[in-house]
Design a protein around this ligand. Structure first.
Ligand code: NAD
Length: 363
């Protein structure tokens, strides 16, 4: 195996470049602990690439990603490009294309709870006291978002619209393997979400996930209907460790997981293909309303880097060092504007300061 590891850096639009700068400070600091030689290359993507090259995903960027071992993505989009047709816009024209090009079928979104940020969560203190540390694994390239036929027919009162939810055994098997492998490294517990009391795709989903579980006998598998799962997440999120979902259910439940943590600026995500080639990015968007003001929260971008280090570089301890540093900075009361609640001991800091404080706290 090569001792060189290349990361394609795609900062993108809006707050993307500001928060990416902070992640790169962290990378510079921890490089020396990593067993491989790290090389980074910057590429333009999204709206800025449209302005420069007339294409949200220029060939050079795609080629750079193909020749890298992982992609660290910022965020793309903004009102400046909203006039363009959907498939020429930054998100569809770059991020969705990258997901398709690399067949990134597994989306992983952790949602964990920082004790001292409980005031930001909509959940009650007595629920939050138990804490939670959930990973939502969402199938990303199949299901109702891509199923054919879909469309609209007829006019007037007879008009109707339709979408097709379709899953093959192979699609379910491969996402289930991702979930079970991850469960082995965590609490050995999976809750698979479906609607098997109504939908054929869910019946197959439940059967296949149960079949795959026989290869991972140490992992406890539970099935839950989506309607119950959204209630349970509000009532007692601490009962979950890994949540495994189809594309549609994962879209909904991963946002609910984000919401109960209280801040989108803290949440990273990763998307993998079967070779575990990964694209790592914050869960939020390009936040054009705060771009260029040095007030964005860089934690999601820094945690996206931590995920890259954990999953692509397989350096779990180094990723943990970064997470510990973030916890320490938050414990000391430092907050970007989105996290600031004016409570005792809180000190408001800029994006740049937050990045530097986290970097300095890594030991
Ligand atoms: P958004 O996530 O950009 O912003 C929603 C709210 O969250 C805003 O108030 C924003 O200020 C805040 N926010 C988000 N990230 C933050 C951070 N790191 N620190 C502090 N506050 C933060 O969602 P939106 O407003 O719906 O979309 C804005 C643009 O981003 C759109 O063009 C959309 O298409 C694009 N978008 C891109 C991605 C991506 O690149 N993966 C994802 C979602 C949306």
């Amino acid at each position: 195996m090569s001792d060189i590891f290349k990361i394609a850096i795609l900062p993108g639009d809006g707050i993307g470049p500001e928060v990416m700068k902070q992640a790169l400070k962290i990378l510079e600091k921890i490089k020396k602990y990593i067993n491989k030689k790290i090389f980074i290359d910057n590429y333009v993507v999204g709206g800025i690439a449209i302005n420069k090259y007339g294409n949200p995903l220029p060939k050079k960027t795609l080629y750079g990603c193909e020749n890298s071992n992982a992609i660290l993505f910022g965020s793309v989009g903004g009102p400046e490009w909203d006039y363009l047709p959907l498939n020429k816009r930054p998100e569809k024209g770059s991020l969705l294309k990258l997901r398709k090009h690399f067949n990134l079928f597994a989306n992983i979104r952790p949602a964990f709870f920082y004790k001292n940020l409980s005031i930001l969560s909509p959940l009650k203190e007595k629920i939050l006291n138990k804490g939670f540390d959930i990973i939502c694994i969402r199938e990303l390239t199949g299901g109702i978002y891509f199923g054919v036929p879909n469309g609209r027919k007829k006019k007037g009162i007879d008009e109707y619209a339709f979408d097709t939810e379709i899953y093959s055994r192979l699609e379910i098997e491969r996402i289930a393997h991702i979930a079970f492998n991850l469960a082995l490294k965590r609490k050995k517990k999976i809750c698979s979400i479906d609607k098997a009391n109504v939908l054929n795709t869910s019946i197959l989903w439940r059967e296949v996930v149960t079949d795959i579980s026989k290869q991972y006998t140490s992992v406890k598998l539970e099935h839950m209907y989506i309607d119950n799962a959204v209630m349970q997440l509000m009532k007692n999120p601490s009962q979950f460790d890994i949540i495994l979902c189809s594309n549609l259910f994962g879209d909904i439940i991963s946002d609910q997981c984000a919401m109960i943590t209280g801040s989108v600026g803290n949440l990273p995500s990763a998307s993998f293909n079967h070779d575990y080639f990964g694209l790592y990015e914050p869960s939020g968007g390009s936040a054009p309303n705060i771009a260029g003001k040095n007030i964005a929260n860089p934690i999601a971008q820094i945690l996206s880097l931590a995920m890259l280090i954990e999953y692509s570089l397989k350096e779990r301890n180094i990723a943990q060092k970064i997470k510990n540093a973030i916890q320490k900075v938050l414990d000391l009361g430092y907050r970007t504007k989105d996290l600031f609640t004016n409570s005792k001991n809180e000190k408001i800091v800029t994006t740049d300061d937050m990045g530097t404080l986290i970097m300095q706290s890594i030991i």
